[in-house]
Design a protein around this ligand. Sequence first.
Ligand SMILES: *Cc1c(COP(=O)(O)O)cnc(C)c1O
Length: 413
Amino acid sequence: MTDAPTKTAPPAIRGSGLPKFSNARGVVETLWPDMPVYLFRPAALVADAKSFATTFRGKTAYAVKTNPHPLVLNTLADTGISAFDVAAPSEFRMARAAAPSSELLYMHPVKSESAIREALAAYRIRHFALDHEGEAAKILREARSLGVPIDELTLFVRLATKGHAVYELSRKFGAAPGHAVELLQRVSRLGAKAGLCFHVGSQIEEADAYEKALRTAQWVRQRAGVPLAALDIGGGFPARYAQDRRKKAAATHAVPPLNLLMPAINRTVEGFGFGDVPVIAEPGRAIAARAFSVLVRVLLRKGQRLYINDGIWASLSDAWTGKLTLPVNLIPEPDRRPAKGDPRTLAPFRIMGATCDSVDILTRPFWLPETVSTGDWIEVGHIGAYSLSLRTDFNGLYPDTFVEVEQPFRATG
Ligand SMILES: *Cc1c(COP(=O)(O)O)cnc(C)c1O
């Protein structure tokens, strides 16, 4: 018997080179870690990237800021993601290090002149966002001085949007519809290709966020009356976290899962007449969230409070700002007597972070078996987005240990 040679080889994904374990319990048994450990799950990253890229009708450009770790960028590049949304020269470098021929879209609406030059000259970036005529002038001036033909540029006018998301960005960026009409006309008059873009905010909380933005985009396009070269619908696609069990209202503005949301967005894009232009999306959170969990330890239990060895200045800043309830999985310390109670009953625990300050307290509890005690480990799931990139070494606590795990994350209970 020989191996069947007809089976097509799976796409080559670069190995992480990390020590491998089957799950968090295996990590505990081997490393007995006292500092947080990041558990990388390449299979989850590949699955979520593929499912986004196949359900979205346009081009998928991963938002590098969400998680720029080479483990993530290399895996995404090997999975076939060939476009990246970048916001600064170090992100250009990281994206091209992972994917040398990738297309980079510089979608930060306010850029430094030196970064624009570097984008145009060293990285041959030709896609830029703006929300003001002053920014258009900066980009054009740099392009002219470098001899870059203006008609090679696609300048995306960023629209302000309204709607609910965990992070609302239209207070900071975006042109109001009337202003966007003028900007589109200006970009076109200057000889660049005109694009429209928006970013509804991160972790949307309303299913119709994209519909509202697309309605505005349609109005702006019709009023402007110039050819549209591309539409970029930004990020914001929600990742799955846990439900705060105290909040019955959580279901009232529930956003459907991505496998239902994406076809609805595709239909809405068509419905507003954008079926004839190239469409781009810039997902970050929806692709990166499940790729990592972090294994933390309970340093001390005081009643319903747990003091852990991680916090908002390390891996949990996004959960704090975004008031996210994170899914958790308890790994009791073997041989230690558990606290009294029923291991099958979950209770909310207030999470006190590792640093010596009073801000470092999570805004949402962890729901854990009431038997959790000092010395136990907690695997905090779905922290792949906005965790590694927001770590600080405040108080000298900078978690930086990585392992790979094979089994999917499972929350306790
Ligand atoms: C941060 C950001 C994204 C990614 O947002 P997610 O909510 O993580 O999907 C996409 N586009 C722009 C312009 C951003 O600033």
